[in-house]
Design a protein around this ligand. Structure first.
Ligand code: PXP
Length: 248
């Protein structure tokens, strides 16, 4: 199975919004990412609109040739927006106003009735529904039970342990991600992964045979300052493919 790269363009919008104008344009970044070989574009419309805006989502739906993965919280407002656009995929994430980024996975097991009702119309409309969760068997079983098509495993803890030099904890988290990718795949779920990945951390996750998509944003947009967006994406794809081919 090929491994797809979804490029998250939220932080192009963060830089744009720092000055309140329309530069740099996330749509231009999305088209460039497409040209550089991104298999999809991810954008998170947060409740407080701190980066991506409603107009960005409309624009992405118009200009993209690759699929849009629309990240959103499980709120009635976001559901309406998703049903208006019907993007290829909707990824449901937990959202807290005070957080800097999506800190944890979605609590599916304790909120399964509500989430089952929430995702049903999205699936009926034709969106592939993905749930962003921790590598936890209970959450995966709940995702399967409520009819999600996809789970995206949160790689944030694995990446944080790596950055902090806590290699034992990192390896334990990687092992959990590996085991849970396989568990979810065996239940029939499509498995994606993402959050915090960079050139140093991507390969062990890319090597999991059950993972078919990685969503990467902050690092790629940061790296594009130094080497440009297209070369930054080319290098990420090269590393992913090398890991997949077991050449690492
Ligand atoms: N996947 C999901 C579900 C996310 O919420 C995010 C962050 O918006 C990412 C992937 C990408 O994370 P990062 O920007 O750290 O690469």
């Amino acid at each position: 199975m090929t491994l797809r790269l979804g490029v998250n363009i939220d932080h192009v919008a963060t830089v744009r919004n720092a000055r309140g104008g329309d530069y740099p344009d996330p749509l231009r970044a999305a088209k460039l990412a497409e040209k550089a070989g991104a298999h999809g574009i991810t954008a998170h419309l947060r409740e407080d609109r701190r980066h991506i805006t409603d107009a960005d989502i409309s624009g992405l739906m118009e200009v993209l040739e690759v699929p849009l993965n629309f990240e959103m919280a499980a709120t009635p407002e976001m559901q309406q927006i998703a049903l208006r656009h019907v993007p290829h995929a909707v990824c449901i994430v937990p959202e807290k106003r005070e957080e800097k980024t999506t800190e944890g996975g979605l609590e599916v097991a304790r909120d399964d009735n509500r989430l089952a009702e929430f995702i049903a119309p999205l699936r009926e409309a034709g969106c592939r529904v993905s749930l962003f969760i921790a590598a936890d068997q209970k959450q995966i079983e709940a995702a399967h039970r409520i009819g999600a098509d996809v789970i995206e495993l949160h790689t944030g803890a694995y990446c944080d342990f790596h950055a902090e030099g806590k290699f034992e904890e990192r390896d334990a988290e990687l092992e959990r991600l590996r085991a849970m990718s396989s568990f979810a795949h065996n239940l029939g779920l499509e498995v994606h992964a993402g959050h915090g990945l960079n050139y140093e951390t991507v390969q062990p996750v890319a090597a999991f045979p059950e993972v078919v998509e990685l969503n990467i944003g902050h690092f790629l947009i940061g790296e594009s300052i130094f080497r440009g967006l297209e070369p930054a994406i080319h290098e990420m794809r090269r590393l992913m493919e090398a890991a997949r081919d077991e050449r690492v």
